[in-house]
Design a protein around this ligand. Structure first.
Ligand code: NAG
Length: 400
């Protein structure tokens, strides 16, 4: 079976259990094929304080989360992705390397109950192998990425696709969560799934069933949004949840791909190998006087002219007080002066209220002798302004 090669991982998981999680785990994987590594919670659980001490004999599950990064880097390499749905689920590292390189991946497991941590090192050596020339991508609607990554499920899906492709030589090239490709988060209801894209590749050319995807008839049906029925005799889906969505199937023929754009040509700025660097002459000095005049002096002169103009309008044409007085009617001026004089007098009188009040304000005086009656205490409420008169008639009225 073609699957044998990739199931080294299973053995590795056993190795981890034997040698403890601090051992380095080594993989050699080819370019262009899917790599999956399941982070088993049990493996890491063994590294933490034995729980039998706490819970006599009973195996107890701690919530565990993982943090993964490439050694000496803040994050994972671009091609490698990590997913873990919940602290009680296993995590997965998966992805498809695109070039030969050696990667050292650090995995930290954090026990969310005790906050203990443990570390595992993964050494992934990517070896060269050419990409599979014929690739096809399928969309599986009723799946989630964590459910597809375990190798038994990958095998199930591959078996269906082997029948569809009519070849045994099939490899899984990529598995992608539909959410990473612009899919929508499903409703939190049973029967709603995120969806998964599965890309497989083979050395063998596409089967007739696959080529039906390219027919105009099929594409027209898909565009119309009609529920596309599976092209006749091509339904190889044995487990309903693994069935593919035909309208989202895409074929890639890497042999027919347009040649890569030509490498950028070296411009004149690049030094010949071995040559000495000869700096170019510094550019000739430039006269900036004219620019200075235009940008600084001209606006300054304009501003000064405007200032002078404004000053002239505001102050230069004002009429003096003398000129105004000369023009004004004399009677009017006299009138004005008397008003001013009277006001001044009143003001000065108000200024010192200690002086005796003017004669005209006193209640009584003899105009010839100037003799005064003692002033009535003014503001006195005891003396009414109008005296009540004795009514002589009131007593003559007969009493009732
Ligand atoms: C695999 O899928 C991811 C996500 O769509 C993409 O970024 C990556 O380039 C793919 N890798 C290959 C080798 O096709």
């Amino acid at each position: 079976m073609a699957g044998c090669r990739s199931w080294v991982f299973f053995l590795t998981v056993c190795a981890v259990s034997l040698f403890g999680a601090n051992a380095e785990i080594k993989f050699t994987i080819p370019v262009g094929k899917l790599f999956t590594y399941e982070l088993m919670r049990e493996t890491f659980q063994n590294d933490f304080e034995p729980l039998s001490k706490l819970y006599a004999g009973r195996l107890y599950d701690d919530p565990i989360i993982f943090k993964c990064n490439r050694q000496n880097y803040p994050d994972l390499p671009e091609w490698l992705r990590f997913t873990q749905r919940q602290p009680y689920d296993n995590g997965f590292l998966y992805g498809t390397p695109k070039s030969e390189e050696k990667y050292i991946i650090e995995i930290y497991a954090v026990n969310k109950r005790s906050y203990e941590t443990t570390r595992q090192i993964l050494v992934i050596k990517v070896s060269g192998e050419k990409m599979l020339p014929y690739q096809a991508e399928f969309f599986i609607m009723l799946r989630e990425v964590e459910k597809v990554l375990p190798s038994p499920v990958q095998d199930e899906i591959k078996q269906d696709l082997q029948k569809l492709w009519d070849t045994e030589a099939l490899e899984v090239v990529n598995i992608t969560n539909a959410l990473d490709r612009g899919g929508r988060v499903p409703l939190p209801l049973a029967g709603h799934f995120e969806g998964v894209y599965v890309k497989v590749g083979s050395e063998q050319y596409f089967s007739d069933c696959l080529l039906k995807v390219l027919t105009a008839d099929h594409q027209r049906q898909c565009k119309a949004g009609a529920k596309v029925k599976v092209p006749g005799g091509c339904n190889f889906c044995s487990i309903p949840s693994n069935c593919i969505t035909w309208c989202k199937t895409e074929l890639f023929d890497l042999t027919k791909q347009e040649p890569a754009p030509p490498a950028p040509e070296m411009g004149s700025g690049i030094l010949e190998a071995g040559g000495d660097f000869d700096p170019s002459e510094s550019p000739p000095s430039r006269e900036y006087f004219l620019d200075y005049i235009v940008t600084v002096i001209v606006p300054l002169i304009l501003a000064i002219i405007l200032c002078l103009l404004l000053a002239c309008i505001m102050y230069g044409r004002r009429e003096g007080v003398a000129k105004r007085n000369a023009r004004t009617n004399q009677i009017q001026l006299y009138h004005h002066h008397t008003i001013l004089g009277n006001t001044d007098e009143l003001r000065s009188m108000a200024g010192n209220r200690g002086v005796p009040s003017p004669l005209s304000t006193l209640p009584m005086f003899n105009s010839r002798t100037g003799e005064r009656a003692p002033p009535l205490p003014s503001d006195s409420a005891s003396i009414p302004l109008i005296m009540a008169q004795h009514d002589p008639y009131s007593e003559t009225l007969p009493r009732k």
